[in-house]
Design a protein around this ligand. Structure first.
Ligand SMILES: [Zn+2]
Length: 326
């Protein structure tokens, strides 16, 4: 669903002026619907600066699901999870899982972190990254680098479009450990089978044009990869620094702003190694809290940017407000 010329026109003119021009009522209604649609498109785009870097958080979509328990707090009683959620004004039986890829324009390159769920999820209202990138002024062929934090489906789903590369001029960056894990032949059977097949379809075709990173390696100048293993065996996060300003892209280190941060040790079904993921959560968010730097989490409430305060037990998530407007 691209923002077509007719949509742009409808947006510019608005329904009232269309009616004034004698456009039949039925068309006015259609224009209304499309305008609302386009407004949603723009609502999922948030741009701010980190030094010279222009950072754009893009909402690929949000999915309402049953839970958070037992996805979050898998090793806890449902009552304990419900109590924490209710204390924080959240329902205990439903939650929204959001997906937020990030575009960083360094001034010389456009670097996209993760690709959302892709075309397969578009009928359900997700997979909006592509349309929103375009709406934000970044055509798919203008993307120079695609960085993959890890290879779960909600991060690699948007690499292909209609059987070809979704970002035809991009080079690719991924963690060496993540690539080695998912492309090992043992992964093609058992519980990893579906994910491994998705990796074969979406990631492996780009291997010849892929740079493989380990701890401390730079994806591009000013953007450094850090190991954050546990959620997946080679899960990487990225530290941005420009003119002394910093932002940590924490990807899937913590995936619910209350359950995962207030109770970082609770097991999470999506974490492939539960104990390693919990240890990584503590290490990463201890650092975010101690250094008082902003972070952006892929599954935090859109636009996913916030700060961390250490509490007696776990952490408090403090969503960013106007810090980036000053
Ligand atoms: Zn994810």
């Amino acid at each position: 669903m691209g923002l077509t010329t007719s949509r742009r026109t409808a947006l510019k003119l608005g329904a009232a002026s269309l009616a004034a021009m004698g456009v039949p009522q039925i068309m006015t209604r259609a224009a209304h619907a499309e305008t609302a649609d386009a407004a949603d498109l723009y609502a999922g785009i948030r741009t701010f600066r980190v030094g010279q870097f222009e950072v754009t958080a893009i909402r690929d979509g949000g999915r309402a699901m049953e839970g958070p328990h037992p996805i979050f707090g898998e090793n806890q009683d449902a009552e304990a999870v419900a109590e924490l959620l209710e204390e924080n004004f959240l329902p205990a039986d439903r939650f929204v899982n959001g997906f937020t890829p990030v575009l960083v324009n360094t001034g010389s390159e456009r670097v996209l972190f993760d690709t959302g769920l892709g075309a397969g999820a578009r009928q359900g209202g997700l997979g909006q990254l592509r349309a929103r990138l375009e709406a934000a002024g970044h055509a798919p062929d203008a993307i120079d680098v695609v960085v993959l934090t890890h290879f779960h489906g909600d991060h690699i789903g948007g690499l292909m479009e209609e059987g070809g590369p979704a970002f035809p001029n991009a080079r690719y960056v991924a963690g060496q450990a993540e690539y080695d894990f998912w492309t090992h032949e043992d992964r093609l059977s058992g519980p990893t089978e579906n994910s491994a097949r998705a990796v074969q379809a979406n990631v492996v075709p780009f291997a010849d044009n892929m740079m493989f990173l380990a701890e401390g390696d730079e994806a591009v100048a000013g953007i450094t990869a850090l190991e954050a293993f546990g959620h997946s065996p080679g899960h990487m996060i990225y530290h941005l620094e420009s003119e002394g300003e910093r932002l940590l892209l924490t990807a899937d280190t913590a995936n619910h702003y209350i359950a995962s941060l207030r109770r970082p040790d609770w097991h999470v079904r999506f974490d492939m190694d539960k104990e390693a993921a919990a240890a990584t959560r503590r290490r990463v968010f201890d650092m975010v809290a101690a250094e008082r730097i902003p972070f952006l989490g892929y599954h935090m409430p859109f636009p996913g940017v916030g700060f961390i305060e250490t509490l007696d037990e776990g952490y408090r998530y403090v969503p960013a407000s106007y810090q980036f407007e000053l």
